[in-house]
Design a protein around this ligand. Structure first.
Ligand SMILES: *[C@@H]1O[C@H](CO)[C@@H](O)[C@H](O)[C@H]1NC(C)=O
Ligand SMILES: *[C@@H]1O[C@H](CO)[C@@H](O)[C@H](O)[C@H]1NC(C)=O
Length: 379
């Protein structure tokens, strides 16, 4: 009896000590993010106003692994939000859906307050208002008017024409931004893109240069050079996972898409690059994939971007891997822009502490607060 007790007790002590050591070495210290930028009055101001940028990012102790950081957000409970959907007609007869997140708990946006900054969310490959509800709820709490942009046929919307928008074609998004501006002419527009959504956002900013009416943008886990990314970095199981999720979205409009593309072939695709080829490249009538990338690669035009951008990338991202990060964009091509990298965080994960706080969302909103403050003070 005595032996069993002391043996069990010793095991317990050893287990606790090992756990403590594991926690101290792998979780506790966290690392400060690294910042890459060229100093300007704007960058100096926002960095000073975002103290979180100088503090360690502390990955959630049960999710120090990059795959857990990447996959776990999909399984965490989401805040319940009130969403109002609106359809915006596009010049070619198609339409896309906007989801305005108007209430979350005690926070809501009043229709009268037209000056409230608008927070446009461009979710990942198959994301929607549901998957972005945490971010939207947080933006609402911080005094923004959040709205989620759903590409044609995404977010559970029906296609009106047999066309979906390719990876880096910003035309639909441009129409939507102009519509939002006409609806709230007194409000500044900000945008927050995650993963594929950040690629679309950068395409828009590069293609419309000084004509773009978004004032500040945040990119989380961007792919930078998508051609390089698709060919060299995205691997199984993520390639398979992303393809399955995308096929699931496309399948909801299969009948109408079948009028212009061979949907059987699309549905058999086993990699994202095959879908780009069989679906988007075919739909747009490009003669080759080289031609396709010339019009779709988000970083095709970085020096034309006229607004400040904050990009957040994790060095352990298993999808947009660190080989893809283009540091030179932030040193000499994109004026007033800042790149933040962390050692850990996975792809669009950045779950922090025991409460799984969304660190990248906080950094993004801190940044936008500071940027708007700078803008208002220099008016
Ligand atoms: C750069 O931006 C301008 C608007 O400022 C636009 O007219 C032009 O087409 C853009 N250039 C390219 C190569 O996309
Ligand atoms: C970026 O800064 C350089 C040097 O100050 C300037 O020549 C260039 O026009 C700027 N680009 C944009 C898009 O504002």
């Amino acid at each position: 009896m005595h032996d069993i007790f002391s043996g069990g007790f010793l095991d317990l002590v050893v287990f606790c000590l090992l756990s403590l050591l594991f926690y101290i070495f792998y979780c506790a210290p966290g690392r400060k993010p690294y910042l890459y930028y060229t100093s300007s009055s704007f960058t100096d101001y926002v960095i000073k106003r975002c103290p979180r940028l100088g503090q360690p990012f502390q990955p959630a102790p049960v999710a120090t692994n990059r795959h857990l950081q990447t996959l776990l957000p999909g399984f965490l409970p989401r805040p319940s939000v009130v969403v109002e959907r609106e359809y915006v007609d596009l010049p070619d007869g198609g339409c896309c859906a906007l989801d305005w997140v108007v209430q979350s708990g005690p926070f809501c946006c009043r229709n009268g307050d037209g000056g409230m900054p608008v927070f446009i969310v461009l979710p990942g490959l198959t994301g929607d208002a549901r998957s972005a509800s945490h971010l939207c709820s947080f933006a609402l709490e911080r005094g923004y008017r959040p709205v989620v942009f759903n590409k044609r046929g995404h977010g559970g919307s029906r296609l009106k024409t047999p066309k979906v928008q390719s990876f880096g074609d910003p035309d639909d998004f441009r129409v939507v931004v102009e519509y939002i501006h006409s609806k709230y002419p007194d409000a500044l527009l900000t945008a927050f893109g995650s993963s594929a959504g950040s690629g679309l956002l950068v395409s828009y900013l590069g293609e419309y240069g000084r004509e773009c009416i978004i004032s500040f943008a945040v990119l989380v886990s961007p792919g930078y050079d998508a051609e390089f990314l698709f060919k060299n970095c995205i691997r199984h199981p993520y390639d398979f996972l992303l393809v399955s999720m995308l096929k699931n979205v496309l399948n909801q409009n299969r009948d109408i898409l079948a009028k212009t593309v061979d949907m059987d072939k699309v549905m058999q695709a086993k990699s994202l690059i095959t879908i780009e080829q069989e679906l988007y490249c075919t739909l747009y009538g490009y003669s080759s994939m080289d031609e396709y990338w010339k019009h779709n690669n988000p970083v095709r035009n970085p020096t034309n971007i006229s607004i400040p951008v904050l990009a957040i990338s994790s060095l352990d991202d298993p999808i947009c891997t660190k080989e893809c990060i283009q540091y030179s964009l932030f040193s000499d091509k994109m004026n007033h822009s800042i790149l933040v990298t962390t050692e850990q965080g996975g792809h669009c994960g950045f779950l922090e502490g025991w409460r799984f706080d969304h660190w990248a969302d906080k950094i993004g909103l801190d940044y936008l607060d500071a940027a708007l403050e700078f803008h208002n003070s220099s008016q």
